[in-house]
Design a protein around this ligand. Structure first.
Ligand SMILES: NC(=O)c1ccc[n+]([C@@H]2O[C@H](COP(=O)([O-])OP(=O)(O)OC[C@H]3O[C@@H](n4cnc5c(N)ncnc54)[C@H](O)[C@@H]3O)[C@@H](O)[C@H]2O)c1
Length: 248
C-alpha cells in the first residue's frame, strides 16, 4: 500500500519533546512542526530553548531539569495531555570509569534513565486514561555494544531499550505504543569533543561504513516515522540508525 502524505500528517496531534533546545531534540521540534504537529518544547537550557522556539512557531516552551523529580512533575503538568512523547533529553560523560566522580554516576543515571522513566510514568498514565498515545524514547547504539569510557552512559541507554520493550508489552494492549530510536554518532553538542578534534573525528569515522556522522534531522525523521501510522506495527523495538557502525 502506497504511503500517503496524509500518513505523515500530524495535524491535531500535540507532541512533547524533551531536550528540544539542541541537536536531535531541536531537529525533532522542526520536523514535527513541519508535519503539522503542535509542539511542546522542554529543556533545561532556557536561552537555547527560546531560540529554537522562534524557528518553531506557536510552540509552548517549558524549562525543566530532567534530573529533578519535582521539576519533571511540574513540566508534565504544564505539558498537560500530549498525544506523542519524544523522551529525548540526555547527557554524556566520557572518560575512564575509575576517574569518574561518584556524583557524576548518580547524575547520568538520574538524567538519562530515571528522568525518562518518570516522564513516561506521568505522561503515559494520561495516555492510558485516553486509551491512545505514542512514546518514542531516545536510546543509543551504545546500548547494544557498549564502549570503553562510556560505561555508565551505555548502561543507561541499555536501560532505556529494555524499559521500552517491557513498557510496550504492558501498554500496547491499552492503546499506547512505545518504541525507541538508537542514534549512532550524530553531529550535535553532545559530540563536541569529537567534532573539535580532527584526530578524534577520523577515529570516529573509521568504524562507520556510511563514512560520515549522522545529521540530527536523520534521527528526527526516524522518530517521525515511529510516531506516525507508517510504522504503526512497530512495538517495543529500539531502532538503530548508525550508518552501519561496527565495533572493531
Ligand atoms: N549525538 C549523538 O551522537 C547521540 C548518539 C546516541 C544517542 N544520543 C542521545 O540523543 C539524545 C539527544 O542528544 P543530542 O545528541 O541532541 O545532544 P545535545 O547535547 O545537542 O542535546 C541534548 C539536550 O538535552 C538537554 N538536557 C540535558 N540535560 C537535561 C536535563 N537535566 N534536563 C532537561 N534537559 C536536559 C540539553 O540542554 C540539550 O538541549 C540524548 O538522549 C543522547 O544521549 C545522541
Amino acid at each position: 500500500m502506497k504511503i500517503q502524505e496524509s500518513d505523515l500528517d500530524l495535524n491535531g496531534k500535540r507532541v512533547l519533546i524533551t531536550g528540544a533546545a539542541s541537536g536531535i531534540g531541536a531537529a525533532m521540534a522542526k520536523t514535527f512542526f513541519e508535519h503539522n504537529a503542535a509542539t511542546i518544547l522542554a529543556d533545561r537550557d532556557s536561552i537555547e530553548l527560546e531560540r529554537i522556539a522562534e524557528e518553531v512557531p506557536d510552540s509552548q516552551t517549558i524549562v525543566f531539569d530532567q534530573g529533578e523529580k519535582e521539576s519533571i512533575e511540574n513540566m508534565c503538568s504544564e505539558a498537560q495531555n500530549p498525544d506523542i512523547l519524544l523522551n529525548n533529553a540526555g547527557i554524556l560523560w566520557a572518560g575512564p570509569f575509575d576517574e569518574m566522580p561518584s556524583d557524576e554516576i548518580t547524575k547520568i543515571v538520574n538524567v538519562n534513565l530515571l528522568g525518562p522513566m518518570q516522564i513516561a510514568h506521568n505522561i503515559g498514565k494520561k495516555m492510558l486514561r485516553r486509551g491512545s498515545g505514542i512514546i518514542v524514547n531516545t536510546s543509543s547504539q551504545l546500548a547494544f555494544h557498549g564502549a570503553a569510557e562510556r560505561a555508565v552512559y551505555a548502561s543507561t541507554k541499555a536501560g532505556i531499550a529494555q524499559f521500552t520493550k517491557s513498557l510496550a508489552a504492558e501498554w500496547a494492549p491499552k492503546g499506547v505504543r512505545v518504541a525507541a530510536i538508537a542514534p549512532g554518532r550524530t553531529l550535535t553538542n553532545i559530540n563536541a569533543g569529537i567534532l573539535n578534534s580532527e584526530e578524534k573525528r577520523r577515529m570516529a569515522l573509521k568504524d562507520i561504513p556510511a563514512g560520515r556522522l549522522a545529521e540530527a534531522y536523520e534521527m528526527a525523521r526516524l522518530a517521525l516515522l515511529l510516531s506516525s501510522d507508517v510504522l504503526s506495527y512497530v512495538v517495543g523495538e529500539t531502532i538503530i540508525s548508525d550508518g552501519g557502525y561496527v565495533l572493531l
